[in-house]
Ligand binder design. Structure first.
Ligand code: NAD
Length: 544
């Protein structure tokens, strides 16, 4: 039975629960939040299936309640990186030899555990350590992570089934989808627990073994991922979780002969520096490493005068400020026609006025804290500068405080200059900049949207007129990898809108799709001849 080709069950998107007052899911998550806050959690690294503690610990605090301590993680060094590589290489032969259906079954079981008994714990950990409200946590660490696990298993089945279409009589042509030779390095960002899970699990599903380094600010939920995978039956050493500073880890990994691939999500600057290092070290490696990176964005919304002002305002408020604008897809620059602006402004200001900001444990808060001090300083630097600049006006928000947590009000800047700094640079926080353009200059404004930023991640056009939508589709063809018509530019769903951008936004390998999984295999073509020739002479050599 080991080599039989089983079909995996049909997959569908994980339902998003409502967490309405009195709902069982709300009561459960509230209970777990309390439990987690009533103790301190000690978080070891996980190398070769062993829990590894060190003498150096770093304490963890919710970004919205800095006086509270959630626990501490054990920080590692270069020795731990070497051990994690050794563990990954040791686990590799058995893992890649395991039938793919068994590997897929482990990840499918993980999805079911996450949808059931792990749901509240994963949500509570993400709410506390990354300051996500319950809805943002649910769509990320439960719904999207379940979808990654289930849809990837289905996509893997499609890949393995994809075989050469022709095998002439007496020949059998086959494609053997080998994992890459060596180990994969997964580096994940703070802002999505699901991305952290996917960066390590996607290559592992295809038979690779992984060293995974999460962002320090996500470690409290990263360990829940490891617990979940272990309970689902992931063998020791397949995914090794280390807490080591990026450059120190990189120094060991990018000098290792068996380094086979980088699965990265994070900022453009870091990705470019890693790519540089890898290319300098190329002669050291056994193979050309696969480099997959999803990076920054400066995501746009452009409205045409035919658009509905209330719909545009809603898309801007949700698209720019959910999770404090800390989504790579968050709307951060908008282009609104003069005739629509007054109405859009009125609706937006009313919405922003009704939002409250505070802890994630209080479910009434739409806005929570930004992730850490570094982010807080960076975001507020832009706001302080805008306050001083006579050419721009702050029409909403603009206040911030770090006395209890890293709180920044949702801030809207109106800029006359469409190339003003906050229209061009990724801020990664709750700051939206709006440029109001003359109605007659719609087409010129499309060119401006396309040329203003080096990124090309997400973007949205709002219009009723079809010819206008068509014009925008054409002009903005390369401005976004995820492009929306009459919808906000955030909230891509696995299996529906595969996610990723080009230009400075990444390699556009579309996380949670067949395209991403193809990067983690190195196919071997096998031709088997049942009737091989025994004479070198071809027919044409015979005498007339
Ligand atoms: P970041 O670049 O600061 O960190 C990402 C990861 O890289 C972390 O694990 C960090 O520790 C590690 N790192 C940093 N320097 C390193 C080095 N020299 N060597 C090795 N590793 C290193 O990003 P972040 O603040 O965690 O996340 C926000 C960024 O991620 C934003 O730019 C956002 O647009 C981007 N992002 C993109 C996507 C996407 O799909 N395109 C999704 C989420 C986030």
């Amino acid at each position: 039975m080991a080599n039989a080709f089983f079909k995996i069950p049909t997959v569908s998107n994980e339902p998003i629960l409502s967490y309405a007052p009195g709902s069982p899911e709300k009561l459960e998550v509230k209970k777990v939040l309390k439990q987690l806050k009533s103790k301190t959690t000690d978080i070891p690294m996980v190398i070769g299936g062993k829990r590894v503690k060190t003498k150096e610990t770093v304490s963890i605090h919710p970004p919205h309640e800095l006086s509270h301590t959630l626990g501490q993680f054990h920080k590692g060094n270069a020795t731990h990186v070497k051990k994690a590589i050794d563990a990954a290489l040791k686990a590799k032969p058995a893992w890649e030899a395991m039938p793919w259906e068994d590997r897929a079954a482990i990840f499918l079981k993980a999805a079911d555990l996450l949808s059931g008994p792990y749901r509240a714990r994963m949500n509570a950990a993400t709410m506390l350590c990354q300051s996500k409200n319950i809805f943002q946590a649910e769509v990320d660490c439960v719904a999207e992570y379940c979808d990654f696990l289930r849809f990837n298993a289905k996509f893997a089945e499609e890949i393995y089934a994809q075989q050469p279409p022709v095998s002439p009589k007496g020949i059998w042509n086959r494609l053997d989808y080998r994992p890459l030779e060596g180990f994969i390095f997964a580096i994940s960002p703070f802002n999505f627990t699901s991305i952290a899970g996917n960066l390590s699990c996607a290559p592992a599903l295809m038979g690779n073994t992984v060293v995974w380094k999460p962002a320090e600010t996500q470690i409290y939920s990263a360990i829940v991922i490891m617990d979940l995978l272990e309970e689902a039956g992931l063998p020791p050493g397949v995914i090794n979780l280390i807490y080591v500073d990026g450059p120190e880890a990189g120094d060991v990994i990018f000098n290792h002969k068996e380094f086979a691939g980088l699965h990265f999500t994070g900022s453009t600057g870091v990705f470019q520096s890693l790519w540089n290092t890898i290319s300098k070290n190329l002669p050291k490696y056994r193979s050309y490493p696969r480099i997959v990176g999803e990076t920054g964005g400066k995501d746009f919304v452009i409205a045409h005068k035919s658009a509905d002002a209330k719909i545009v305002a809603t898309a801007l408020v949700r698209g720019a400020f959910e999770y404090q604008g800390q989504k790579c897809s968050a709307a951060s620059r908008a282009y609104i026609p003069k005739s629509l602006w007054k109405k859009v402004q009125k609706f937006m200001l009313a919405d922003l006025d009704s939002m409250t900001m505070g802890t994630t444990e209080d479910f009434r808060n739409f806005i929570n804290a930004v992730i850490d001090k570094k982010s807080y300083e960076n975001i507020t630097k832009y706001i302080k500068q805008a306050k001083k600049d006579p050419k721009v006006e702050i029409i909403a928000g603009g206040e911030f405080s770090k006395s209890e947590g890293y709180f920044i009000e949702p801030t809207v800047i109106v800029a006359q200059d469409p190339k003003y700094r906050t229209m061009c640079e990724e801020i990664f926080g709750p700051v939206l900049t709006i440029h109001v353009y003359p109605d007659a200059q719609f087409e010129k404004t499309l060119d401006l949207v396309d040329s203003t930023s080096p990124y090309a991640l997400t973007g949205a056009i709002f219009a009723k007129e079809r010819s206008v939508i068509n014009l925008a589709n054409e002009k903005l063809k390369n401005a976004a990898g995820n492009y929306y018509i009459n919808d906000k530019p955030t909230g891509a769903v696995v299996g529906q809108q595969p996610f990723g951008g080009a230009r400075a936004s990444g390699t556009n390998d579309k996380a949670g799709s067949i395209l991403n999984l193809l990067r983690w295999v190195s196919p071997r073509t096998i031709k088997e001849n049942f009737n091989p020739p025994s004479d070198y002479r071809y027919a044409f050599l015979a005498e007339e």
